[in-house]
Design a protein around this ligand. Structure first.
Ligand SMILES: Cc1cc2nc3c(=O)[nH]c(=O)nc-3n(C[C@H](O)[C@H](O)[C@H](O)COP(=O)(O)O)c2cc1C
Length: 184
C-alpha cells in the first residue's frame, strides 16, 4: 500500500517535474517500507488513505493555482493529522535586476518575501505545514498568453530554465529525515 503522496498543480509542467523528482528521491530512501505515489492534484482519489503528503503548486500572480488552493480547503481535515510538506514554484530569479532591487528595498531577500506571501495565503486556508520551500521553475513563452509574454519581455525578465535540482534534493532529504524522526 502507498503511504506517501506527492501531488501538484502545474500549468506548464515544471512543478510536475519537480514533484516527480521529489518522489524519486523519497523512493530511494523509503521504497523498501513505503510506497510513494506521485500524481496531479486532479487525479488524487482521497488523500486520507495516505500517511504523509507533499503538495506543490506553481505560483501565478503571487498565489497558488486554484486547484491547489481548493484541495487545501476541501481536505483540511484529512491533511490535519498528517506530516504535511509544501513547495511553491515561481520564477523570482527570472525577474530583471531593477525589479529585484525595488523588491529588495522593501525586503532583504526577494525569494523569502515571495515565500512569505504565498505562505500567508496558505495559512488563511489551514494551519502551517511542517516545511515550505520555494523553488524557481521555468519561464517559457508557451506557458503564457501573448499579452503576458509581451509584458514579461518588456519589463526585461528572462526566459529560461531556473530549476535548482540541488535545492530539490535537499528539500527531499529534509522531508525524509523528518519522517524518519517521527518513526512512523
Ligand atoms: C500567468 C503567470 C503568472 C505568474 N506569476 C508569477 C508570480 O507571481 N511569481 C512568480 O515567482 N512566478 C510567477 N510566474 C512564473 C511561474 O510560476 C513559473 O514559470 C513556474 O515555473 C510555472 O510552473 P509550471 O511550469 O508548473 O506551471 C507566473 C507565470 C505565469 C504564466
Amino acid at each position: 500500500m502507498s503511504s506517501i503522496l506527492v501531488t501538484y498543480s502545474s500549468a506548464a509542467g515544471s512543478t510536475a517535474s519537480i514533484a516527480d523528482f521529489i518522489a524519486s528521491n523519497l523512493r530511494a530512501r523509503f521504497s523498501a517500507v513505503h510506497g510513494i505515489d506521485c500524481m496531479a492534484i486532479e487525479a488524487v482519489p482521497w488523500p486520507n488513505s495516505y500517511r504523509a503528503i507533499v503538495l506543490g503548486s506553481a505560483i501565478h500572480g503571487g498565489a497558488w493555482l486554484p486547484a491547489a488552493r481548493n484541495f487545501l480547503v476541501k481536505h483540511v481535515d484529512d491533511i490535519d493529522p498528517m506530516p504535511f510538506y509544501i513547495f511553491s514554484v515561481g520564477a523570482p530569479t527570472a525577474l530583471p535586476k531593477w525589479m529585484k532591487k525595488v523588491a529588495a528595498h522593501a525586503h532583504s531577500d526577494l525569494e523569502e518575501k515571495e515565500k512569505l506571501m504565498v505562505g500567508d495565503a496558505i495559512a488563511l486556508t489551514m494551519g502551517h505545514p511542517v516545511k515550505h520551500q520555494l523553488f524557481n521553475g521555468v519561464t517559457d513563452s508557451k506557458g503564457m498568453n501573448w499579452a503576458m509574454g509581451i509584458v514579461f519581455s518588456c519589463i526585461g525578465a528572462q526566459w529560461g530554465d531556473f530549476r535548482e535540482w540541488d535545492k530539490v534534493i535537499a528539500f527531499s532529504r529534509d522531508i525524509a529525515d523528518d519522517l524518519q524522526k517521527r518513526e512512523w
